[in-house]
Design a protein around this ligand. Sequence first.
Ligand SMILES: Nc1ncnc2c1ncn2[C@@H]1O[C@H](COP(=O)(O)OP(=O)(O)O)[C@@H](O)[C@H]1O
Ligand SMILES: [Mg+2]
Length: 351
Amino acid sequence: MIDQLLFEELTDGICITDAGGTPLYLNSAAARMLEQGAGAHDTSICEQLCGRFVSGNSEYPSACPLKVPGSTEKTALNMGRCRGMDLRVRCVRLATALFDSWEIEKHFTIIEDATAEMAAERLKEDWRNMIAHDLANPLTTIYGALKTLEEIPPGQPLEEGEINLIRMCTRTSQRMNETLTLFLQVARLDSGLMPTRPEILELLPLIRECVQEQAIAAADKSISIDLVLPESLRVRADRNLLVRVLQNLMSNAIKFTPGKGRITVSATTESDGGVVAVGIRDNGPGIASEDLPFMFDRFHQVRGKGDTLIRGNGLGLAFCKQAMKAMGGDIRVESALRFGTEFRVRLGRVA
Ligand SMILES: Nc1ncnc2c1ncn2[C@@H]1O[C@H](COP(=O)(O)OP(=O)(O)O)[C@@H](O)[C@H]1O
Ligand SMILES: [Mg+2]
């Protein structure tokens, strides 16, 4: 049939069903999206699509306007996430003799893969959140300080409190700048636009440098840092990215571990020596198992009962995950509440 040939060319899924949702026809895009052969025409499309949405309108399919008894609605639209895709489903009640007789009511369903569109939407949402939470507050603080300083008559020497206001403005704007840079890097790594420059690196001097940089922050909290490193290990990685990943993990370990704590930085080989793992372990508060799956999500910060949030933006671990992926490696976390946390970054070893 000519229409069927046309449908086969489309990237959108097309289904024609009876009023109960039983398929009479699926084009190949629909069969792919539903992960079934074009011949599998038994289970209701409504159950396979709207009934499986893990997000979106969960009332469907029973609340579908086309399925409410006695309804004369002609169209229905639902959207949700299913099998790793964001799908937009439009159904139209139509009269046609195609696929059967005129007497049997048909529904024409168009399934659109809106995954890329929703990813762009989420990125916009992230920008809005970041501007609202991480940039608006410090900007208000800076504005308040500058308003106060503006009142000082020209030529009048600054008092100590006023100099402190200037210092606070510098610190705050620097933090805003760091947040923006981190966010942009996460977004660029996300979209594959950040070029990586892989090279063969001696890992141990690089780890020592990162630890050295954090020594003052650790000493301020009387936190000891132990190194457990073998003689020599070489990996293929982008130096800049790897340094920033290790810096983020070290600074988290120091930030979240209480005073007099202990951090152990180790480098070991795994998988018969083919993989190098750098572990950063602390004996801080640990992370609850229900939070672990979300640790690498943008803006995720764990807030315990009665805790005040330690300053941050929840972007550091998202950056680490994207950076390790861009270098062909990965990052894992193991943690137990009250015992501590270990982040392990893994990269291919170079002999
Ligand atoms: N070593 C750690 N121990 C306990 N919690 C941690 C540790 N590292 C990260 N976290 C938790 O993960 C959250 C996200 O970390 P991150 O993405 O670096 O953001 P930020 O440091 O800006 O809060 C932190 O807010 C904290 O709740
Ligand atoms: Mg952090």
